[in-house]
Design a protein around this ligand. Structure first.
Ligand code: UDP
Ligand code: MG
Length: 340
């Protein structure tokens, strides 16, 4: 019996990457040819509004090799949107997202796919070092620590967007159509089993980073606001602190008046009242924010939950069936398989 080969999609957003694209293409092609001939693959490049020859290079490659597919944006929409567009086009059973600049080494693909075959639905490539400048290193460390503390879902540290997801994870990601996208948070949010592959991240091969500080701050903000209501709560905490401080000062002044015959001018009482109002206002702002937060969550329109398995709910196989929404590793290429 001939078992059809499993398909792996490689999704690669590219912004001004003319020098890197031919190289990453050759590396991937060579890798699959030499180490993983048991898989078929597709490479999906999304040109995120490049101003160099990125697109014409992709088109040339696609003419020569049908495994290369491309999408071109009308302008620069940003890395996370480009990645989403690549995800939308992917047809593989495992989908690997990586950067075009060879900072995500293709040599790791083999190991990641092994982990997936071993049963992991998400495989993160985890950086064990950062070759970035001191400032980027420091801000990233602080940010990820803070995010993992305050976030509603546990987002793994030291992972970027170099990861493998199973098709069932992708199916869930595709149902999340929020505009502010923080994909690594969204992947973690799906909650499927994950594994890690560690690597040392090299420097970019050629060209310049497309991630300006402005884009990075935007991404960080999206991460924080999409997966935590902590920023909202800050004003609430400030309000509570202001109200508490006003109470302490008020009782102190009252005590001084009653016990030590102290006198306070009207201005002192007024400024105290002013602080109290400020506290109440911050508190009210937070309350208001909580409602806005809920509206925001509704508008994100994520699915309420993700079902991984079901039992006796299948109309066709009524008796004692467990339906696993997973690929079955041992029996070929089926997905969403019913296991008796
Ligand atoms: N990228 C993109 N759109 C952008 C910025 C970057 O598609 O607006 C792509 C870029 O081509 C690369 C990946 O996203 O494949 C990561 O970007 P970059 O290497 O510039 O980020 P860094 O590694 O410096 O954080
Ligand atoms: Mg890079």
């Amino acid at each position: 019996m001939q078992v059809s080969k499993k398909m792996v999609s490689l999704v690669i957003p590219a912004f001004n990457e003319e020098e890197n694209i031919p190289l990453i293409y050759h590396k991937i092609t060579e890798l699959f040819r030499s180490k993983m001939p048991q898989y078929v693959y597709e490479i999906i490049f999304v040109d995120d509004g490049s101003r160099d020859n990125t697109w014409s290079i992709i088109v040339d490659m696609a003419k020569r090799d049908t495994q290369v597919k491309g999408r071109k944006f009308s302008r620069n929409f940003g890395h996370q949107i480009a990645l989403s567009a690549a995800y939308d086009a992917a047809q593989g059973e495992a989908i690997i997202s990586m950067d075009a600049d060879l900072q995500d080494p293709p040599e790791l693909l083999h190991e990641m796919i092994q982990e997936w075959v071993g049963g992991a639905d998400i495989v993160y490539a985890r950086r064990i070092n950062r070759n970035d400048g001191l400032l980027k290193k420091l801000t990233a460390t602080i940010y990820y620590r803070l995010l993992s503390h305050v976030s509603d879902v546990s987002i793994p540290r030291n992972v970027g967007d170099f990861r493998l997801v199973d098709a069932k994870v992708l199916q869930q990601l595709k149902s999340c159509r929020e505009k502010s996208r923080y994909l690594r948070g969204m992947v973690a949010w799906t909650g499927f089993t994950c594994a890690y592959v560690d690597f040392e991240r090299p420097n970019r091969h050629a060209g310049q980073t497309g991630y300006t500080w402005k884009k990075m701050v935007h991404l960080a903000f999206d991460g924080m606001t999409s997966f935590s209501t902590f920023p909202l709560k800050i004003v609430g905490y400030m309000g509570v602190m202001a109200i508490a401080a006003v109470h302490i000062v008020f009782f102190y002044m009252l005590y001084q008046m009653l016990m030590h015959d102290a006198h306070y001018q009207l201005a002192a009482w007024l400024s105290l009242a002013g602080f109290a109002m400020l506290g109440v206002q911050s508190f009210a702002l937070w309350l208001l924010g909580e409602y806005v937060g809920r509206i925001y969550k509704e508008s994100q329109a994520r699915p309420l939950y993700i079902v991984e398995q079901e039992c006796n709910l299948d109309d066709i196989n009524k008796h004692h069936t467990i339906r696993e929404f997973t690929h079955v590793q041992t029996s070929g290429t089926t997905r969403n398989t019913t296991i008796l």
